[in-house]
Design a protein around this ligand. Structure first.
Ligand SMILES: [Zn+2]
Length: 139
């Protein structure tokens, strides 16, 4: 099945053509150029906004910010979690964070530098074992 999006002009779900556009974006304290993906209706040529591309564009914008600031990207955070065979809630609990914290960072929210450091510790075998030991101690 082909991807479709709602076209305001055709008043129906239409197939679309994707193209790249260069944009200058401002994120927090930084600004830079990114190549984002936009779509046009195959029938009338007007712009359509597939949800899938919005998610893709957010990831491009935020991951570039992270790269520029030396922070882990959302995919890298996910890789670290998978390496430790934990789901998002388990990793959040392991780091004594709110249940939804990891899910937020894997889907776009930019992590604070302190949290970035915690995630890098999870990636490090010795640090990981040390945290595990601390967490296993009875209160
Ligand atoms: Zn159209």
């Amino acid at each position: 099945m082909k991807d479709t999006a709602g076209c305001m002009y055709c008043d129906e779900a239409v197939e679309y053509v994707v193209h790249d556009e260069k944009h200058h974006v401002k994120v927090l304290d930084d600004e830079y150029d990114v190549i984002l993906k936009y779509a046009r209706c195959k029938k009338c040529g007007h712009k359509v906004y597939p949800h899938k591309l919005a998610i893709y564009n957010d990831k491009v914008v935020y991951d570039k910010y992270r790269e520029r600031k030396g922070l882990l990207t959302s995919s890298q955070i996910k890789e670290i979690r998978k390496k430790r065979k934990m789901n998002q809630v388990e990793l959040a609990k392991f780091l004594r964070l709110g249940d939804k914290t990891i899910a937020r960072y894997e889907t776009g929210t930019i992590q604070e530098k302190s949290l970035d450091l915690l995630l890098r510790l999870v990636d490090n075998d010795e640090a990981f074992e040390a945290i595990k030991k601390l967490n296993s101690k009875k209160k």
